[in-house]
Write a protein that binds this ligand. Sequence first.
Ligand SMILES: Cc1cc2nc3c(=O)[nH]c(=O)nc-3n(C[C@H](O)[C@H](O)[C@H](O)COP(=O)(O)OP(=O)(O)OC[C@H]3O[C@@H](n4cnc5c(N)ncnc54)[C@H](O)[C@@H]3O)c2cc1C
Length: 438
Amino acid sequence: MTALVWHRTDLRLRDNAAVDEAMRAASGQALGVYVLPARPYEEVLPEVPRWSPRRLGFLLECLDDLAQAWRALGSALVVVSGEAHEALPEVAAAFGAREVHTAPCLAVDERRENDAVFERLRRTGVGLRVHEETTLFAAEELPLPIDALPDVFSTFRRAVLGRVPIRPPRAAPSELRVATDLSALAEERTRRTLDAHELSSAREALAARDARSALPFEGGRRAGLARLEQWMWRDDRLARYKETRDGLIGIDDSSKLSPYLATGALSPREVYAELVRYEAERLENESTRWFVFELVWRDYFHFWVRKWRARAFARHGVLGRTACGVADAVAFARWRAGETGEPFVDAGMRELCATGYLSNRARQNVASWLARTAGVDWRWGAAWFESQLFDHDVGPNWGNWQYVAGVGNDPRNRVFDVRAQADRYDADGAYRRLWADA
Ligand SMILES: Cc1cc2nc3c(=O)[nH]c(=O)nc-3n(C[C@H](O)[C@H](O)[C@H](O)COP(=O)(O)OP(=O)(O)OC[C@H]3O[C@@H](n4cnc5c(N)ncnc54)[C@H](O)[C@@H]3O)c2cc1C
């Protein structure tokens, strides 16, 4: 029997429950599969594609790396495009698979997709097994059900940190293999998929990297591991993380691990395990503790999006507040293009468009400006971020947007004064000059 691992936001083999379980179920006869969207540039709003070409290019780099990892162990990754509920039964039939294993972040769309895939696979006698491992803390080990997730982050943090054990990462798989004719078939199908014109244009868009980018790294696990090693160990930047993390330009001011965590090239437990080793071998201070808080924020929003389901994407947010912005297409277009006339906001929006990344400080400001100052529907901003960000991660993106827009979980319901923020975090104007020529 062969088992399939349906990769989604888990583009790695190590510390991956779906890979481990597929390997066990099929005595090592496992094969990876990734389903690219059939129409990646389809507009979710006027002039807002689901994927920007650059973001898609970054994903393709991650897939190249994952394909190599499967190959190195004697198996292969099949990349197809289409609707998952149509593509997966077809791939399962072509490769003689009886089980499919997957481990997505379970937001509402992923649940729907799972249901549709489950039903279609069932008709052909193939099983779908969903593993819930995208977070530091295992969902089943939380001291409270996900539906009772606290509205305030610090309440959640206190309930888990130091109380719930964080499991060490799972070992890397040792024995993944498929028959030679199947791996040849997988390679051939992947090549055919990746030759599509829109995918080569995505690679070209990514290749035109902007030299000003704070994120000059490639996609994929090897690049993620190299970044972790460099930032944490070689350059020792974790030691000063708390003081530098609000930096707007510096490559090393923050870890820049988000694209690797969001695509699953690295798992949060792997990053945490390195942090624990760092604290044991080098130092433990406010910065190391703060970095853990950020990883816990990521967990919080992964559980948040599961708890709130459709309300995570609803205009009135999880709080059901009424002040939540209007459909102002003109203001939205100016914001997207970085032409609001507010230099700090314009700098951020131009950076995002040119690079696929934005620091946390800049994200907070541009988001607050759109939703609170210009009064535009926050969901439009979230959709634009989703389209552009290399690190787009459904819970952290939509959760942070609700938080900043005042319809989510910010107990202080802050509105950012972007000029005061610019004076404080860009005192010499270097960021505004770099991106907005102001
Ligand atoms: C409006 C808005 C939208 C956002 N959208 C995303 C998104 O789509 N994907 C995403 O990963 N982060 C998102 N963030 C959170 C944060 O801005 C990024 O995680 C961070 O800037 C990534 O850079 P870094 O890896 O250098 O972070 P570091 O400061 O080095 O933090 C380490 C890791 O902790 C996690 N993290 C840090 N801050 C947050 C946070 N506020 N919420 C959740 N996780 C956090 C990330 O995984 C990050 O890689 C958003 C924030 C805002 C305000």
